[in-house]
Write a protein that binds this ligand. Structure first.
Ligand code: ZN
Length: 291
């Protein structure tokens, strides 16, 4: 079998929630579902390597009749076999591999290769997830600023020039509707990089106050947000760009976002400490209130 695949063109980075597409491949999966590959899609797939933003909710419509997308993941082929999600053995962009968006459907709804279809994404859910993802990024920048005094060595800098606590300590990041939950491991490897973990639990209220203060001023600025990308294919590198008052920040990101911080009335965080087998883990819950 040879798969004559092109990388999927993705339109969600620019905010699209509707699109017309052609079915390029149907791949039955072991669990009875079918992976539907389209030439282009507005449907955000969960990324296998960094699954912070989950799949969009969507339907694929052929001649008006809808087929529900039960999951949306990345897929990849070396030309002989199609792998989906966590089964993909290659790194994104690896030579000889083509990456695509796989829309998983429980019942193929009579779809056939070559069909022209409409893809419709649940707009309200997407909007809430985009608000959550933008809030997650601005909160991470505010967290880095609040933690800046705790570094005794030069650390990698974030987009505002502060030591990148978020990038160096992040364990799991989960985008939820109108928010995110991020956990940060403050163990040996972070200490070796020069971070002072002592006293963080006693400082949580001050840290929270500093983060929420910075967030209030940034949200008040109504900064513009956009996605910059090097191309329209799934694997082309994309950046989240936010024009904060003191810096225009660029962060590599494959997700979906607001167009402006004006679309939320506030972003606030709550911090807590958990213990993971002796390693303190900082948990930051971020909540965005729609404007
Ligand atoms: Zn992101």
């Amino acid at each position: 079998m040879t798969l004559p695949l092109e990388p999927t063109t993705v339109t969600y980075p620019a905010g699209a929630v509707h699109g017309t597409a052609v079915v390029v491949h149907l791949a039955p999966q072991g669990d009875g579902s079918t992976a539907v590959l389209l030439d282009s899609t507005p449907c955000h797939p969960v990324d296998a390597a960094w699954p912070d933003q989950g799949p969009d909710r969507a339907v694929i419509r052929k001649d008006g009749s809808p087929t529900r997308v039960s999951d949306c993941v990345t897929a990849a082929t070396d030309g002989t076999q199609l792998y989906t999600g966590e089964q993909i053995p290659a790194k994104k962009g690896a030579e000889g591999w083509t990456f695509a968006v796989a829309h998983l459907v429980d019942d193929d709804g009579g779809l056939a290769e070559g069909d022209e279809v409409q893809v419709e994404v649940d707009e309200d859910y997407r909007a809430a997830i985009s608000a959550g993802h933008t809030a997650c990024h601005v909160a991470s920048l505010a967290l880095n600023q609040a933690m800046a005094h705790r570094w005794k060595k030069d650390a990698r800098a974030d987009g505002r020039g502060e030591p990148d606590f978020d990038g160096l300590a992040i364990d799991v990041s989960t985008i939820v509707p109108n928010g995110s939950v991020d956990t940060y491991r403050m163990g040996k490897s972070l200490r070796r990089k020069g971070f002072i973990t002592d006293g963080v639990p006693d400082e949580l209220a001050e840290l929270e106050g500093a983060i929420n203060g910075a967030l209030a001023s940034w949200i008040g600025s109504g900064a513009a947000v956009r996605i910059e990308r090097e191309g329209s294919a799934l694997t082309d590198v994309r950046y989240w760009v936010c024009e904060l008052p003191d810096h225009t920040v660029r962060i590599p990101c494959g997700g979906t976002h607001l167009d402006s911080l004006e679309e939320v009335s506030s972003v606030r965080v709550a911090l807590s400490i958990e213990d993971a087998s002796g390693t303190p883990v900082l948990r930051m819950e971020t909540t965005a209130a729609p404007a």
